[in-house]
Structures are given as structure tokens and as C-alpha cells.
Design a protein around this ligand. Sequence first.
Ligand SMILES: [Fe+2]
Ligand SMILES: [Fe+2]
Length: 338
Amino acid sequence: MYTQSFNVPDKADAPPGAALKAVPHDSALQAHFDAVIDADGKIEPRDWMPDAYRKTLVRQISQHAHSEIVGMLPEGNWISRAPSLKRKTILVAKVQDEGGHGLYLYSAAETLGTSRDQMFDALHSGKAKYSSIFNYPTLTWADVGVVGWLVDGAAIMNQIPLCRCSFGPYARAMIRVCKEESFHQRQGFEALLSMMQGTAEQKAMVQDAVNRWWWKCLAMFGPPDADSPNSVQGMRWGIKRISNDDLRQKFIDATVPQAEVLGVTLPDPDLKWNAERGHHDHGPIDWDEFWAVVNGDGPCNKERLATRVKAWNDGQWVRDAALAHARKQEERAMKEAA
Ligand SMILES: [Fe+2]
Ligand SMILES: [Fe+2]
């Protein structure tokens, strides 16, 4: 699903800006890398790349992969409680897509020389970050619709520019991911639209869910540009194409008319069209809350991590069995070849 702006340092990382001081090992290789970036070309796994570029991508792609996998949890909670077979089928497909997104992204990160075990270890030990939006609970069925409409909607805004990312495997993975995200966003909107044509209780449930998720979705785009020191380097490297504030603005401008079609109110008294700017103005975002949740103090941080660790431990026998099967097949092939 889902990215917030993935320039949030993991716990063990150097302070922001430190990467900028990296000294190129070889000026000719660096010059070639710079020329490819300047020409808007692609860097592939076997190409030389600066250590800081590699490290930034590993962090961003693995945080993105973790977000997909943890993002399965809030909606997965509703699979057994979906209100109809149709909604259950759609939700199963969506949650399964998110698992697939995680797998493409772990594979993309592996091409940079980081093993999947290392990435899982960082997630399970609490060292790696994932999108803080998933540390909130999905309290009602309307939350499932709102997550699709707003959270996947915000994810699409963030991820479409990543299809043009300078690192080839990440860019290519994002093309399919974005197509699936589009289905996620539409199914959420459609589920809400049918609730908004229902009873007063259903309408109130949708409005309540919108009230709880709106501001958290705006925070998904990451801190304001002025407070995002890594963004400039990300832009220079062709990893990040559009700034946090510009993406947030695009999301707001696209979502306001959709809210009107739905008949819900976005919970911001300062939200209004600014004809001079040609965009909507909006009220202040609570960044203290955002950072508190990123740093582990959200309502579900502990629960999400514990669920992932349990799933990993419970799945050990499956991994053992798959490896044993692969070994047997290899031995058989060797015998036949002998
Ligand atoms: Fe996804
Ligand atoms: Fe999604």
C-alpha cells in the first residue's frame, strides 16, 4: 500500500544529512553514475552506485516493504466480519495484494545486497520503521472503506512518482503496485458510497471514520519540506520526484471533490479553495502526534509488531519444510545427473 515519505531514519541510522558527506570511491565511476542520473536513466543492481545511494534505497524500499506487510493487519482483522460475501472476496483480494507488494519490494531491496533475513530481523527487533498509519486501529467496517479510499489514495499519490525512480527494480515493481493500489482506492470509495446511501447509522459510521483518518492520511506524506533534510538528496538522485508538501497538496485537491460526491465532511474548518493559488488551503497538521507514533507510541505499535513476530515464529516450520523439500529435489537431480 503505502508509503509515508520514507525518509524517516531507522533507529541505527546516522543523523539526517550525514549521507551527503559520503566521499566517492572512484571519481570516474561517480561521474558515470551522475551522468546516468542527469540523463534520467536507470541504475541497475550490478551498476556502480555511491554507498549512500545504496543505503538510502535499502532503507526506503525495506520500509516500504514492511509497510505493505504490516498494512495487511488492520484490514485483515475485518475479513471474518465483512458484511457480505462480495465484500469479503474483495477484501481478501486486497489484503493478498498487499502481501504481494511486500514480496516484490523485499526482492527489489535484495538486489542491493541486503538479505531478506536482515530486513525481517530489523522489522522484528523494532529497529526498522514502517508507515505509522498502520499503528491505528480499524474500529468499524467503515474504517475498511476509508482505509481504501484515503490511505490507499494517499499511497497512490506517493507511489506514482516512484514508477520513475532512478533505481530500475524499484521503479518496475511500482508499476504493478500502482495498478493494484488503484483498485484498492476504488473499492474503498465504492464501499463507502453504498454505506452513504444506507441508514443514518451507516452514514454516521462513515463520517466518524473519515474524522479519525483524515489528518493521519495528510501526515502520511511526511514532514513539511522545510523539515525534510533528506528530500533534497533524494530528489538529486532521482529517487524522490515530488516534494512532501506538493504531494500532500495534490492529494487534498483530488480528494475534496470525491468527499463531495460521497457526502462526507472533511474534518478541517480551514479547508477551503484558494483561487489565487489554484489549490485548497488546509489547517495545521499535528506533527507531535505523527512523531510520537513513528517513535513507537501509537495505539497499536506494540500489537502490530507482536503480530508480525508471532506470524514469523509460527511460520518457521513452513520455511523449514520448504528448504527440506528443495534440498531433496536438489539431491534427486544430482543423483539423476550422476
Ligand atoms: Fe500495497
Ligand atoms: Fe493498497
